[in-house]
Design a protein around this ligand. Structure first.
Ligand code: PMP
Length: 338
């Protein structure tokens, strides 16, 4: 008789995809820009030369080297994976400990992978201003403490001194910097000082490659050695590796996109100052219960629940998409004002 593991039975069912895809997708924190035609053509020419009958390299040293150069670190400090999501699961295989610590509201995948591992999730909710609470109270025996900065879905960063305080406990700290390119400051410099720090990054946001599924972790050489033991061989396919490498030849383009998105984010923030929270990411949290209203008009945003019931998370789009969002949200505010 086959039986489903209870940890799997407890997981929520996968959501059904929407019947009608939205015209404007501001719900997944993707980049609103696909590669410009010329660059895409150049990349596809490179891709056409990749032998598809061959496995990708066992060690993707080329891309890891490029990332290391970009961060001013050694390739020994970098590991690439099939999206940074994959790395969350792998990290939980490396360390001992019976629980993870998260600070809600935050990215849902930390809890998802903890459930797969059958370990507890201790939630130390963020404070009123979305600041970290007393996570140190639960670092003993923690398999990992997850800190997301800038945090999804609130958009704020956590100060470096606060991150250092958690690192000083010696517990493994996973610092998720998926949105760091849109923020004022990163914490990558701490990798040199703390062996217990693993930073997660992704090509899905600022680098605009969500479809390629490419992420990476940065940590001390020793910690990386263990992560390399658990990563399945050939985790990233040859096409995505090449796409990642290609982006480092076009960092000026990436920089241009980042600047555009930050400017648009600030424009949206100014428009909805009474409802939006300041953000250092490519999205804004807004205290507006406008999900259904916007969807009827073809605009998808993320509906939030729990403590953020009645809030939406809006990804910054292209100028014309943001204009349409502004028009519709203004209409929503006028209709619901008492
Ligand atoms: N971390 C955070 C905080 C995210 O919001 C996301 C994507 N929504 C990820 C990680 C996953 O990134 P990837 O596409 O590299 O798996």
């Amino acid at each position: 008789m086959w039986r489903i593991r209870s940890s799997i039975r407890r997981l929520p069912r996968a959501e059904a995809p929407p019947e009608v895809p939205a015209r404007i997708c501001l719900d997944k924190n993707e980049s609103p820009f696909d590669l410009p035609h010329g660059l895409k053509k150049e990349l596809f020419e490179k891709l056409s030369k990749i032998p598809l009958n061959r496995y990708p390299p066992v060690y993707p040293t080329e891309l890891e080297g490029k990332i290391a150069g970009y961060l001013n670190l050694s390739p020994e400090n970098v590991i690439v994976a099939n999206g940074s999501d994959e790395l969350i699961g792998l990290i939980l295989k490396v360390f001992e400990g019976d629980h993870i610590v998260i600070s809600s509201p935050t990215f849902g995948m930390y809890g998802f992978f903890a459930a797969l591992e059958g370990i507890k999730v201790i939630d130390v909710p963020l404070g009123e201003g979305f600041e970290l609470g007393d996570v140190e109270a639960h670092t003993d025996g923690a398999r990992a403490v997850f800190i997301c900065s800038p945090n999804n879905p609130t958009g704020n960063t956590h100060p470096k001194r606060r991150i250092i305080e958690v690192l000083e406990t010696g517990a493994p700290v996973v610092l998720d910097e998926a949105y760091t390119e849109f923020a004022k400051e990163s914490n990558i410099d701490l990798v040199k000082d703390y062996d217990n720090l693993i930073i997660l990054r992704t090509f899905s946001k600022a680098f605009g490659l969500a479809g390629a599924r490419l992420g990476y972790a940065v940590a001390s050489e020793e910690t990386m050695g263990y992560l390399r033991r658990v990563i399945p061989p050939f985790s990233v396919n040859s096409l995505s590796l090449k796409a990642g490498e290609f982006m480092f030849e076009h960092l000026d383009y990436v920089g241009h996109v980042i600047k555009y998105i930050i400017e648009e984010r600030e424009r949206l923030y100014r428009e909805f100052k009474d409802y939006a929270y300041p953000s250092e990411a490519n999205f804004l949290l807004m205290k507006l219960d406008a999900h259904d209203f916007l969807l009827k008009r073809g605009i998808a945003v993320k509906k939030l629940g729990g403590r953020l019931e009645g809030h939406i998370r809006v990804t910054v789009g292209r100028k014309e998409e943001n204009d349409e969002l502004i028009r519709n949200l203004r209409e929503f505010i006028n209709l619901t004002a008492d």
